[in-house]
Design a protein around this ligand. Structure first.
Ligand code: NFE
Ligand code: MG
Length: 504
């Protein structure tokens, strides 16, 4: 007997994500992940001044805005034949790093942690922490209320196993409250060099419109030190506590097992060396990235434009109601294969690449602490662990980039928009590999295509009917009670999906 479970919207993810699973004999037999809205940024960009693209595309999202801006200026730089000076490259790294730290902390605590931490345990709190006492009062009011929605983000919740130990729950909930503040610290840190955030004002082809001063370096460093303390003393230990208490989540949600990373944080101006390298893990083997192998299928997506195109030739013609389609996401593929992107992909690619000794030793230390093998990371909890580890590695690397800044040296090389040109920019957003493709004619944008991390991870079936990465991660998942599919929610959220981005 098959029972269909639909979670729409899945709360505590960014944007409108709908997940439908068919459960047979206690396991997910089929999964359908769909983006339920269309936004049209690729249409909006047509005919515009290319130099506005980094500002328009940042509005795709309020979370990974900076990364869209960076992808856009990289695409423009290829089209204009420009490279940024060291200061420009380093400032972009620092803005992008601030955003990744903000996003990872927000994802773990604000979007995922209460899937594992027992929010109701706070009713037994007897201490004096004002924040926890306020949380306790709120939880009690929710539990007493008859009018809360069944899809409320916190309570009511699915009855399930949560963290058992009261003190561990109180500590994690204290960190949950701290995470709101830390998210703001990370945003202020990025804004030191971004002018303002969440949509950075200073990004442009050739570098950034920002002067490097000793004062700004000092400001950034002081925010960074607060974040490093939180990552070391809260984020990493809390993820470890969840890992100890939920070892079963190292064995589920594995997914397609293929990983794609474009690489991020250039260590040289031409981008040939990156702190987190590019690469493609296909059938367990690391291959160099070949951008021309990226295509997007639309057979099961609500688009009537051609399927299987490279993004440089891509089209986006919406076709609501198209027969056989079930999502506003296209289905990106690499060599026609399904790929997972994100922190786990970046960490595994860097680990196999081996050149970044910091990644290699941090992963080995984490695996030793958890008593796990590299292959165990390919799992729901592995995604959380990789995200936390990456957060630490990136935060620590920022100190190096700050030291390399040269006060009062230029941060931008100027260039002109050519009459006709093409370019693409590949970077990594918090949620994974992000690419923008630009075609310029008559100094205006003729075509602009974005292939976005959550489009990879939440991809629908492709032209050959092969399910996307999250769909594959759900297949085979044991679901104890289809009326209370907490397992499904935990697998979905381990990817940190952002549907606003995915449908752009
Ligand atoms: Ni809206 Fe984004 C990130 C991008 S996700 S959050 O990270 O690009 O697809
Ligand atoms: Mg697109």
């Amino acid at each position: 007997m098959s029972q269909t479970v639909t979670l729409s919207p899945i709360t505590r993810v960014e944007g409108h994500l709908a997940v439908k699973v068919e459960v047979e004999e206690g396991r997910v037999a089929r999964a359908f992940v769909s983006g339920e809205m269309f936004r049209g940024f690729e249409q909006i960009l047509r005919g515009r001044n290319p130099q506005d693209a980094q500002h328009i595309t940042q509005r795709i999202c309020g979370v990974c805005s900076v990364e869209h801006g960076v992808a856009s200026v990289l695409a423009q730089e290829m089209a204009y034949g420009l490279v940024p000076p060291n200061n420009g490259r380093l400032i972009r790294n620092l803005i992008q790093a601030a955003n990744v730290i903000m996003s990872h902390v927000a994802h773990f605590y604000l979007l995922s942690a209460v899937d594992f931490v027992d929010l109701e345990a706070i009713t037994g709190y007897r201490g004096q922490d004002q924040g926890l006492l306020e949380l306790q009062a709120w939880v009690k009011s929710q539990l007493a209320s008859k009018s809360v929605s069944p899809v409320a983000p916190f309570l009511p919740r699915y009855a399930a196993k949560y963290l058992h130990d009261a003190e561990t729950n109180f500590t994690a909930l204290r960190h949950y409250l701290d995470a709101f503040e830390l998210r703001s610290v990370a945003t202020k840190m990025g804004a030191v060099f971004a002018g303002k955030l969440p949509h950075a004002a200073t990004l442009m082809a050739g570098g950034v419109t920002e002067r490097v001063t000793v004062l700004k370096i000092t400001q950034y460093k002081s925010f960074l030190n607060q974040l490093q303390r939180f990552i070391d003393h809260a984020y990493l230990p809390d993820v470890a506590a969840v890992a100890q208490a939920f070892p079963e989540y190292f064995t589920v949600g594995r997914g397609c097992g293929n990983f794609l990373a474009y690489g991020v944080f250039p260590e040289t101006s031409d981008g040939s060396s990156k702190f987190l390298p590019s690469g493609v893990l296909l059938d367990g083997k690391l291959n160099p990235l070949a951008p021309e192998a990226i295509t997007e299928d639309v057979a099961q997506s609500w688009f009537s434009s051609a399927s299987g195109r490279q993004p440089s030739e891509g089209e986006t013609t919406p076709a609501p109601g198209k027969a056989g389609a079930y999502s506003w996401l296209k289905a990106p593929r690499y060599q026609r294969q399904v790929m997972e992107v994100g922190p786990l992909a970046r960490i595994l690619v860097a680990y196999h690449d081996g050149r970044n000794a910091a990644v290699k030793s941090a992963v080995n230390a984490l695996l030793k602490d958890l008593g796990k093998e590299p292959n165990d990371l390919v799992s729901a909890l592995g995604r959380h662990a990789a995200r936390a580890l990456e957060c630490k590695l990136v935060a620590d690397r920022c100190e190096e980039w700050l030291d390399q800044l040269a006060p009062d040296e230029p941060a931008c090389n100027e260039g002109a928009v050519p009459d006709s040109a093409r370019g693409y920019g590949l970077t990594e957003a918090a949620r994974g590999a992000l690419g923008h493709w630009i075609e310029i004619r008559g100094r205006k944008i003729r075509n602009y295509q974005c292939v976005v991390p959550t489009t990879w991870n939440c991809s629908p079936r492709d032209d050959r009917g092969v399910p996307g990465a999250m769909e594959q991660a759900l297949i085979g998942l044991p679901v104890a009670d289809p009326e209370k599919p907490i397992e499904v929610a935990r697998i979905v959220r381990s990817f940190d999906p952002c549907l606003a981005c995915a449908v752009h």
